[in-house]
Design a protein around this ligand. Structure first.
Ligand code: AMP
Ligand code: MG
Length: 399
């Protein structure tokens, strides 16, 4: 059986990022630029006031204090959005509001709170300011030419402000993979249906849809396949023509009703890997059918979740153009002893407690969804390991 790393390596090395498309910046959250986005201008674009006050020449007020106020003549005002024509000359100042362009001649702003107005047209400055105090300098956030967002890095909400602030309206990003999600099994009933004895709801469809939504992927089709070779072939055939990625759950083990691999073979698809030395998720399969990538997840819901997280998600991210496909890992401290008595590497569902330490999220069997639902992270544990309370462990967040 393959290790997780070998499997991931084989999958990622067979995948190239999808080609470029141009999208409006308003649609770009989560998307991945094909080229570094460089600042076309300084940000802020001009020297401006950090607060409401008076634009001054710092030399004029270098000795100002409460006891010895400096008296300046007020010669006008500038609000945000205006471009002042007057110049601040010796002995004068100009009323200025937050974000307004610093008038020529001035090199500092005195806070309104540090001034008094004895009469119209006169300002008493009660505190000294140094040159450039109270001024947000052009380019102090971003210098023209600086990297605002790197190629291969997914754009976050905060990038939107930065890019919009720099005037980007449309950007080139990798196309997102179109995904088809297929569940298999005669026992599965769609949501809203009435269960007969022996039947269960098709929960994996929803689970996978929610996972795909986290990466904002377009889902072209969600379907259910009964356990027959013909129907499995027909669904896979259609799916591979419409989607970049086809994910199935169930039917990849060695049971009599497991038709996904035989159907792939009958359609001329490739089975590039099958079975990984992890728990849960051993029967995971990966291959290609036509131009589509196929991921065969085990049917047990927790196995489906864990293999999506550890194998499908990195592949989707690579297709989206992300350089780093790794999940977020954090160092944590065990709040209780944990053991892996099995002979396979176990990804254990853990939860952060109120003290910030991790403990088991509950029963670890691969059909148990209640512990998965409350898990914050997966703890990667080698076979035979016994770890004590207080041990520092690396966990991969799954929330
Ligand atoms: P399989 O790999 O098809 O043998 O399925 C393994 C286990 O997962 C069985 O108990 C199935 O009933 C269950 N299972 C398979 N597909 C789903 C699904 N879409 N939703 C919920 N449970 C499923
Ligand atoms: Mg099945």
């Amino acid at each position: 059986m393959m290790t997780l790393e070998e499997a991931l390596d084989r999958i990622l090395s067979s995948i190239n990022p999808l080609p470029e498309e141009v999208v409006a910046i308003s649609e770009a959250v989560g998307r991945v630029p094909t080229q570094a986005l460089l600042a076309p201008t300084d940000l802020p674009p001009f020297d401006n006031s950090a607060f409401d006050g008076y634009a001054v020449r710092s030399v004029d007020v270098a000795r100002a204090s409460k006891e010895n106020p400096v008296i300046l003549e007020a010669t006008g005002s500038v609000k945000a959005g205006e471009a002042p024509v007057e110049i601040v000359g010796p002995g004068t100042c100009m009323r200025i509001l937050t974000g307004a362009l610093l008038p020529a001649g001035a090199d500092a702003v005195v806070m309104q709170e540090d001034t008094r107005i004895p009469r119209e047209g006169v300002v008493e400055v009660l505190d000294a300011v140094k040159a450039w105090e109270g001024v947000r300098m052009a380019g102090d956030d971003v210098r023209r030419g600086a990297v605002l967002a790197d190629a291969g890095e997914a754009l976050r909400p905060a990038h939107m402000g930065l890019l919009a602030g720099s005037g980007f309206a449309r950007i080139a990003v990798h196309r997102r993979p179109r995904v088809t999600l297929l569940s298999t099994g005669n026992e599965l009933i769609p949501l809203g249906g009435v269960l007969k004895p022996g039947q269960i709801y098709d929960s994996n469809s929803l689970l996978m849809r929610a996972l795909a939504d986290q990466d904002r992927l377009p889902i072209v089709h969600t379907g259910h396949i009964p356990d027959t070779l013909e129907q499995t072939m027909a669904e896979l055939h259609d799916a591979a023509r419409q989607a970049d990625v086809v994910v199935t759950t169930g039917g990849v083990s060695v049971g009599d009703a497991d038709f996904v691999k035989p159907a792939m073979a009958a359609l001329g698809g490739s089975l590039d890997l099958w079975r990984i030395a992890i728990k849960p998720g051993k029967p995971f399969a990966f291959g290609r059918l036509g131009a589509a990538y196929w991921f065969g997840l085990p049917g047990n819901p927790v196995s489906a979740f864990v293999t999506w997280w550890l194998l499908v998600r990195p592949a989707l991210r690579r297709l989206m153009g992300r350089r780093s496909t790794r999940g977020r890992r954090v160092l944590a401290c065990l709040a209780e002893p944990v053991a892996n008595r099995g002979d396979r590497r176990h990804f254990i569902r853990v939860r952060f407690d109120d003290a910030g330490k991790v403990r088991l999220a509950g029963v670890q069997a691969s059909h148990v969804q209640s512990s998965l639902a409350i898990a914050d992270a997966l703890l990667d544990m080698p076979p035979g390991a016994h770890w004590e309370t207080g041990r520092e462990v690396m966990v991969e967040c799954v929330d």
